[in-house]
Design a binder for this molecule. Sequence first.
Ligand code: SF4
Ligand code: SF4
Length: 57
Amino acid sequence: MAYKISDECISCGACEAECPVSAIAAGDSKYEIDADTCIGCGACAGVCPVGAPSEDE
Ligand code: SF4
Ligand code: SF4
């Protein structure tokens, strides 16, 4: 199950460094997760200060 990043993202960049498969990159207005690369480990959700990453429905 891939994770996604909500509009709550403040683009701090903390999650990018934690992702074991480098699925996260800065987008236009927030950080984005490549759903095809994400392995659903949850590391990004664990470090995000605003709780923006969550499991995609
Ligand atoms: Fe990367 Fe894990 Fe977050 Fe997916 S859930 S984007 S693999 S840190
Ligand atoms: Fe956005 Fe949270 Fe990632 Fe920071 S850790 S870039 S606020 S999703």
